[in-house]
Design a protein. Sequence first.
Length: 207
Amino acid sequence: MSKRANTEPSAASRVGNAKVMNRLELTRRLIATLKGGEAVIGGIGNTNFDLWAAGQRPQNFYMLGSMGLAFPIALGVAIAQPQRRVIALEGDGSLLMQLGCLSTIASFPSNLTLILMDNGIYQITGGRPTPAAARSDVVAIAQDCGLAASAWAEDEEDFVRRSAAAVAADKPTLIAVRIDDSPGVGKPVRDPAQIRERFKRGIGVRA
Ligand SMILES: Cc1ncc(C[n+]2csc(CCOP(=O)(O)OP(=O)(O)O)c2C)c(N)n1
């Protein structure tokens, strides 16, 4: 594990006793709890790769290209389909690109759950620490933005419990997890039109 990842005391102190976990393991556990129709939006890079590796559901959307768009795209899906539960997976560096979306999301009565995979680094582009890594608590930020029930998951079982409760709730919530610096595993097809069309069929807006 890199010395810059979530092993430094400064990072540990801002997230309490949360265990350092593995993105793929958590993604698999999350997918295993789903009932079937939930839309799942993966962010650019590793969250996307591990979502692909956890099983290629037609209700999954794999963001390519720009950081920070998983949560905003998921908000759009949640607004368009209020009966559907929507879950978005994003990296901590990517969220920094669109931090304001948390306030926007909190202002909608929403069927949306946000999962924040926090390794403290921009893993996929070389592992540099994010500017927030040593000083900012993303759960405190989310709570102050209005996502009041947001929380750190302490371990894998706590993650499953908290994410299932958040998905079932009628308000948007962010669940953050500390993760290690493992790269994502899957290799999603890099064809935006194909990803879009499959997702549209998966959520019933394309025959
Ligand atoms: C707007 C934008 N800036 C920069 C990049 C290049 N880039 C792609 S992924 C990435 C790092 C992502 O970091 P994070 O979201 O923390 O995920 P991790 O790689 O740590 O899993 C960067 C800098 C990009 N794709 N889009």
